[in-house]
Design a protein around this ligand. Structure first.
Ligand SMILES: [Zn+2]
Length: 277
């Protein structure tokens, strides 16, 4: 189905409040990577104007809450009707420079999942290197400033390893080490975790147990889908936002009609293999 058709259907769906029926007991967690100007072939970046359109759409049609509040509701079996949490993966500097001002202008909460070894470094991940681009990381002052501004900081391992592949001892170092480093830098507890790559094959029972025993309260994948009251907080689903979603109504249509998992653009394994998300 064409993007323009999905946009129109999404507009009609939300204008008629059909979303209230389709998204009953549905909690949505969105994942962004970069908020900056880029070309359409860059599936990890959306421009600032598009990001703001999405945020205004979330604000109008959802209850936007901090991820820990959403996890609390899910765990306690409380209503999650059209609740939505905004998250960012990896720790790109544009999160601080471009996304933060929009979030603050609209008073929206968000969680930033950080790859600890990359903050303040000039490391170029393979998915950017393969495209011949370099996007800077936040430094620790910027990560701390986000935390002090009230945003949640979560862990995304030390070096963005594939937890589905590395030996368990390495996985433990990546998971526990990231948490300890964040807590040392922020002088605060860190309780949310997001899997690097986030596809089904990157999430194993052994690493999930490891993340639980490391003291985290939730972990997030990113292969699409919605969450409901009673969902295991260590099996949270997230929907990646990409340039394909130039219209937030297209995005909303895919979520409300259960297409966020089925659409190839949202298949995390494909996204991760193509882009390294
Ligand atoms: Zn990542």
């Amino acid at each position: 189905m064409k993007a323009s058709v999905k946009h129109l259907l999404g507009h009609g769906l939300f204008a008629s409040h059909l979303d209230a029926v389709l998204l009953r007991n549905a909690a949505v967690i969105v994942t962004c990577h970069r908020v900056c100007e880029s070309d359409r072939s860059d599936s990890l970046s959306i421009d600032t104007a598009t990001f703001e359109r999405h945020c205004r759409f979330y604000q109008r049609h959802f209850h936007v809450v901090p991820l820990p509040e959403l996890v609390h509701r899910i765990t306690q079996g409380e209503s999650v009707d059209r609740h939505l949490a905004i998250t960012f993966d990896d720790g790109y500097r544009d999160n601080f420079e471009n996304a933060r001002p929009v979030l603050e202008k609209l008073s929206l909460p968000a969680t930033f999942f950080i790859v600890t070894e990359w903050m303040g470094s000039d490391h170029v991940p393979w998915w950017d290197e393969s495209r011949g681009v370099r996007h800077p990381w936040m430094n620790w002052d910027e990560v701390r400033a986000l935390h002090q501004a009230g945003f949640e900081i979560g862990a995304h391992t030390r070096r963005h390893v594939d937890l589905g592949k590395v030996p368990l001892a390495v996985a433990r170092d990546e998971v526990v080490g990231a948490r300890l480093e964040l807590e040392r830098r922020l002088r605060a507890r860190v309780e949310s975790f997001a899997y690097p790559y986030g596809g089904r094959k990157h999430v194993t029972e052994a690493t999930r147990d490891l993340i639980k025993s490391a003291g985290f309260r939730c972990c997030c994948s990113s292969f699409g889908g919605i969450n409901r009251a009673g969902t295991d907080p260590f099996c949270l689903k997230r929907v990646p936002v990409s340039p394909w979603h130039a219209s937030p109504y297209l995005f909303g249509f895919e979520i409300a009609t259960g297409r966020s998992v089925l659409a190839p653009q949202h298949q995390c394994s494909e996204i991760s293999e193509a882009t390294g998300s």
